[in-house]
Design a protein around this ligand. Structure first.
Ligand code: ATP
Ligand code: MG
Length: 553
């Protein structure tokens, strides 16, 4: 067991409950509401719930908490299943919906009314608020609280039959309006909603509230550990109350809360994500700049990296913010041993080797994985008279700490020879258009200080292939975006480079392949070349922490 796992406080609870005999197996569930796409915060919960079940030889159910027909949609139901599968987890045949239990939830409500633990209330939303009291002040009893059981039963059945308007009546628990816990002040259990549900259609005109549906759904499925985020800590007494008043047989599920993931630079509220999509600030739910799993997948992040990230951040009881670098580090650590190193130029600057014969092509064999050349084999690079180098690797007026190519200076081409810059041809804008260089097999110029010439990447001008690269930065300029998109969105979050050049050996590109473009980052082939349209590569992550640079602190 890794250290992170050993430190997970939830595991101590599980161990305790298994040792005491309270439970004989571990049953968890992942309970998304199908009102949006899953994001990396959900991944933490998925990894935790499915991970626990796997480690303890138990099971984890996928259950859609589909109790609010107004915001839910099958598009989300489908995407959530795809995302959980993609993350590497399986619920086998245990795909459930809270809506499967609507009838049972209704019967339980009848039972609570009959035992005097629930009543039909007719206060308006406004009045309910007024009667609820505050954190420091007790609430007041609803005038309907003591109505006869028979009357509540009758009204509740007629609510189901659709006799009343939305908001006219609702079913509430009879607990205590004086409870210091606001969740216990006669919370709502069922409300009237004349909406079409994505699964039950128009069958139901009343819908259960989340807190009420959740504990019963867990209990129906024999869940032992109902793991949720911290904001539900104050709801736990209600969770337990409902099952107790229903005399639900033991062992009942145990609710355990953990701190949700807050990731710097990422907006994770579904409401805000929906806004970004609806206001077309991004290109759909899977825009590679979003923290949704669909987006991370499209960006090219492998699911192992997300699992590694979730394992590393661990599970705590206290809210905290995780720096984005943690995710980037997990991605690099995952990709580093897996992918080939190749040469590509993102922003080409033409170089002519004036002392190189016009038609001569030098073939150079170079390993795909220099640290372990055996593992991934080698390929051929082609050196020609005209090549491209990265525009950034040249400076007309180099700063003192710039050691790459400049007028009169020398660099080495990766896997190949040395070049010396003899002349710079400027374009009408005063920017370099082309460099005229000479070459040599060994360094030809005196060293700059003690340094050996820098090594830069390159591509043959005529023996390379054009590709498009999409380079991403954080979608936001601030670490903790508030949703003020006009102020906070980063105008450079997506930069498309349509004129990149890729070394010629990679002829059979397949969608989904990943490479390291040396010195530039890890890239993922989102679209294979098709007819005249070039391959499109997404930069998954840079090689170094790019985060600090792009932030206004
Ligand atoms: P909302 O309830 O506002 O729609 P939600 O993010 O809680 O949003 P759910 O679909 O209810 O959405 O979440 C499913 C599960 O994922 C819940 O158990 C929830 O606690 C968990 N979860 C959601 N966000 C995070 C997060 N940032 N970190 C960890 N777990 C999360
Ligand atoms: Mg929720």
């Amino acid at each position: 067991m890794s250290e992170d796992k050993a430190n997970n406080f939830i595991r101590s609870f599980v161990d305790e409950d298994l040792a005491s005999g309270r439970y004989s197996k571990v049953v968890t569930r992942f309970p998304p509401e199908p009102n949006g796409y899953l994001h990396i915060g959900h991944a933490k919960s998925v990894c935790l719930n499915f991970g626990l079940a796997i480690d303890y030889g138990g099971r984890c159910n996928l259950r859609f908490d589909d109790t609010n027909p107004v915001k839910e949609d099958v598009e989300y139901v489908d995407s959530i299943q795809e995302d959980v599968r993609w993350l590497g987890f399986s619920w086998d045949d245990r795909l459930f919906y809270a809506s499967d239990y609507f009838e049972k939830l209704y019967e339980c409500a009848l039972q609570l009314i009959k035992s005097g633990h629930a009543y039909v209330c007719e206060l308006s939303a406004e009045k309910v608020k007024e009667y609820r009291g505050t954190l420091t002040e007790a609430g007041r009893n609803s005038p309907y609280r003591d109505r006869p059981i028979a009357e509540s039963l009758d009204l509740f059945q007629r609510m189901r039959a659709g006799e009343f308007a939305e908001g006219a009546k609702f079913l509430r628990a009879k607990i205590s309006m004086a409870s210091p816990n606001l969740n216990m002040r006669d919370p709502a259990l069922f409300r009237i909603r004349k909406a079409t549900h994505h699964r039950t259609g128009d069958k139901w005109l009343i819908y259960p509230m989340y807190d009420y549906a959740h504990c019963i759904s867990d209990a129906i499925e024999g869940v032992t550990f109902s793991i949720c985020t911290l904001e539900f800590e104050d709801h736990r007494p209600l969770y337990d109350w409902v099952l107790e008043k229903l005399n639900w047989p033991e062992p009942r599920p145990r609710q355990i809360e953990f701190a949700r993931l807050n990731l710097e630079g990422a907006l994770m509220s579904k409401r805000q994500l929906l806004r970004l999509v609806q206001e077309k600030r991004v290109d759909g739910w899977d825009d590679p700049r979003l923290p949704t799993l669909a987006a991370l997948r499209r960006r090219g992040i492998p699911p192992e990296a997300i699992r590694l990230f979730c394992e590393r951040i661990g599970v705590a009881k206290k809210d905290s913010w995780i720096e984005y670098e943690w995710l980037e580090k997990a991605i690099r650590d995952t990709l580093n041993p897996q992918v080939k190193r190749v040469l590509a130029v993102l922003d080409p600057l033409k170089v002519t080797l004036k002392d190189w014969p016009e038609d001569e092509v030098r073939t150079i064999r170079a390993p795909y994985f220099p640290d372990d050349p055996e593992r991934m084999g080698e390929r051929e690079l082609k050196l020609t008279r005209e090549i491209f180098i990265e525009r950034d690797d040249f400076s007309l007026e180099p700063e003192p700490d710039f050691y790459r190519l400049a007028p009169g200076r020398e660099v080495r081409l990766r896997w190949s020879l040395y070049i010396q810059c003899q002349e710079v041809i400027l374009g009408p804008d005063g920017q370099p258009l082309e460099l005229i260089c000479t070459h040599s097999e060994e360094p030809a110029l005196p060293k700059q200080g003690k340094r050996r010439p820098a090594i830069i990447h390159w591509a043959s001008a005529n023996l390379s292939r054009p590709v498009t690269a999409r380079l991403y930065e954080s979608l936001f300029l601030v670490n903790r975006p508030t949703g003020d998109f006009d102020q906070e969105l980063n105008p450079r979050s997506l930069v498309e480079r349509p004129n990149c050049r890729l070394e010629p050996a990679l002829t059979d590109l397949k969608e989904g392949e990943r490479f390291q473009f040396e010195r530039l980052g890890y890239f993922y082939l989102e679209k294979a070349p098709n007819g005249s349209s070039p391959a499109v590569f997404n930069r998954v992550v840079t090689l170094k922490d790019s985060w600090a640079k792009s932030k206004k602190k």
